[in-house]
Design a protein around this ligand. Structure first.
Ligand SMILES: [Zn+2]
Length: 77
């Protein structure tokens, strides 16, 4: 599942009320894709890939990390 669809799913479920378990599941998935993107990014840098691809990937990582922060700061009511 891509970063943006994970965010979408999180946003949707948060509106309806998300369980701690679901938030944890999504958190782990986002963490996994951020980690995978970091490996990819290293690879691109090492091979002097197209800077626009590097930037695009960096954006995914930033968005993913932002989502992780949001999940971490969720308030349970
Ligand atoms: Zn991504």
């Amino acid at each position: 599942m891509s970063c943006s669809s994970l965010r979408h799913r999180f946003e949707e479920e948060r509106v309806r009320g998300i369980s701690f378990q679901r938030a944890m599941d999504i958190y782990r998935e986002v963490e996994g894709s951020v980690a995978a993107h970091k490996v990819e990014l290293e690879e691109l840098r090492r091979t002097n890939a197209d800077p626009s691809r590097i930037n695009h990937l960096q954006e995914h990582i930033n968005d993913g990390e932002k989502l992780l922060q949001e999940i971490k700061s969720l308030h349970l009511h």
